[in-house]
Structures are given as C-alpha cells and as structure tokens.
Design a binder for this molecule. Structure first.
Ligand SMILES: C[S@@+](CC[C@H](N)C(=O)[O-])C[C@H]1O[C@@H](n2cnc3c(N)ncnc32)[C@H](O)[C@@H]1O
Length: 272
C-alpha cells in the first residue's frame, strides 16, 4: 500500500467507511467508482492535508453536510453552510403534501415562510414551474444561500426578508402557505446533541416553549390565504394536537396531520 494513498491515509482515522469515501470524493472531486479503483495511488500533499482537516472536523462532530457544503432534498442538491438548517428528509412530506394541495390549481400562489436553504420553496417551484413561489426568512445568511440555490437549480422564486408574515406585501394572498419554523423548546437537551450543536439556534428554537412561531403562523394564516387555500406546518413529534388546536382557534377548518417516514405526526394543516 502506498503511504500517501487515500487508503493508507484513512487507516485509523476513526470514521465510518462511507464518510471517509464521501470526504475523499469531495477533496479529490472524483466519483465513488473512481475512488475504489484508485485508492492505493499517492495523492498530492494539499489533498492529503485537506482530507485530514475535514476528518478532524468530522471527528469533532461537525455535520457531513457542512463539510461537503451540500445536502440532497427532493432529488435536488442544495448548497448548505453553517448559516442555514440542513434540510431533513422528514420535511419532504411537507413539500409532497403542499404539491398535492395545489395539483388542481393553475398558476398557484405559494409562500414558504422561513426558507433557510430554500429547500421547500425551490422544490415546489421546480415541481410546478407555473407556480408563483415566494420565500422569506429574517436571516440575511439564509436568504443569500437560498438565492444562490435558486440560481444554481434554475428555480423561479421571489425572495423577501422579514419577520414571518410581515415580510409579505400587505395585499398578497396565497393558495398555499408552507413553513418549517423553529419548534424546539429552549433548553431541550437535543439542542446540545449531534448536528444541532452546529446549526443556527434561531433556525431550531423559538427561545420559548417551541409553539411560539407555530402560533404566529397559524394565527396569521386566515388573513393571508385565498378562499379554500391551505396552510401546512412542520412541527415536533409531540406537537401535532397543539398545532391542530392553534389552526382551529385561528378560524381555519378541517385541521389534520400527516405522518413522516418514521410514522410520526410531523406536519399539520388546515383550510380557509
Ligand atoms: C427550521 S428552519 C427551516 C429551514 C428550511 N425551511 C428547511 O425546512 O430546511 C427555520 C427557518 O426559519 C427562519 N426564521 C426563524 N425565525 C424567523 C422569523 N421570525 N421570521 C422569519 N424567518 C424566521 C430561520 O432563519 C430558519 O431559516
């Protein structure tokens, strides 16, 4: 085995094989197949150093998505950086449910509130090129990344900055409102575990009981929906009943929830 080859440099690095392979593919800009065929050939010193730096950051717990600079969502590659939440597979049920709601509407108007990397808004815009999609966030960093993703993926999305509904023009009404807001309670132990330690706190927690942003989004929906329009909100595993209540108290009808891939009630929605 060559001493400066990926195979030799990976020995005893303390990471799972799949992660080692993904880091090398990223550093060398090669496919998995190429790496398997050439992993005993020497690499340049800068590439060896780059791999070792990434391996150290990974051992310290940094999410793979931030190290690689991207994460796949709804079959599209989204650039991510520490300023935005890493899109989760759980959120795909929100996009799929939203797309089903607007299936029969020509040129629907859709808004994604708190867009982060743009994952929800851009996925809707790519699936429904006739839709007029707006995405908002109060974070400058998030909006820059979301705008870059829309450009790279060639999605037609209008971006606006501001606090929830205040970011929108006063007279704008939508067929569909989608949001995956911060819903973890302040002090929840999960905030100091795993990937969450590295993600922006303002994307994860409302700084209170976890229901504050969900309550604002539910309460403001009737004034922002077209007749028959729907709002769907992602929430925590134990918040479905509370969110259905918030939607009903806001004056919306037919509040219901849908389960994610793990069978957990992950999103709730209602109609005007
Ligand atoms: C859980 S992340 C969701 C990101 C993205 N939509 C996704 O699903 O991957 C919540 C997002 O809401 C944004 N946010 C938090 N508070 C907000 C507020 N008051 N007004 C607008 N956006 C807010 C955060 O910056 C963050 O991007």
């Amino acid at each position: 085995m060559h001493a400066r080859s990926p195979r030799a440099l990976s020995l005893h690095c303390g990471l799972p094989r799949l992660e080692i392979s993904m880091l090398w593919q990223h550093v060398l800009g090669v496919s998995r197949t190429w790496l398997i065929a050439h992993d005993d050939e020497p690499v340049d010193e800068p590439d060896a150093a780059a791999f070792q730096a990434l391996a150290t950051r990974r051992r310290d717990g940094e999410p793979m998505a931030y190290l690689l600079g991207e994460r796949e969502f709804m079959g599209h590659r989204f650039a991510v950086a520490p300023g935005v939440l890493i899109p989760r597979p759980d959120t795909e049920v929100l996009v799929e449910t939203g797309l089903a709601c607007i299936a029969a509407i020509a040129s629907p108007t859709v808004v994604d509130l708190g867009t982060g990397s743009g994952a929800i808004a851009i996925s809707v815009a790519l699936a429904r090129p006739d839709a007029q999609v707006t995405a908002t966030d109060f974070s400058d960093d998030a909006l820059k990344i979301a705008q870059a993703n829309a450009h790279t993926l060639q999605a037609r999305v209008a971006f606006r900055q501001g606090d929830w509904y205040q970011a929108l023009p006063a007279d704008a009404r939508y067929d569909l409102i989608l949001s995956n807001p911060p819903y973890i309670a302040q002090g929840d132990r999960h905030l100091s575990e795993g990937d969450l330690r590295f993600e922006p706190t303002t994307a994860l927690t409302d700084g209170a009981d976890g229901l504050q942003a969900l309550a604002i989004l539910a309460a403001g929906a009737p004034a922002r929906l077209k007749p028959g329009g729907q709002i769907w909100l992602e929430h925590g595993w134990d918040q479905a009943a509370a969110v259905r209540r918030l939607l009903t108290e806001a004056g919306l009808r037919d509040a219901s929830s849908r389960r994610d891939l793990a069978g957990i009630e992950r999103i709730s929605g209602a109609s005007l």
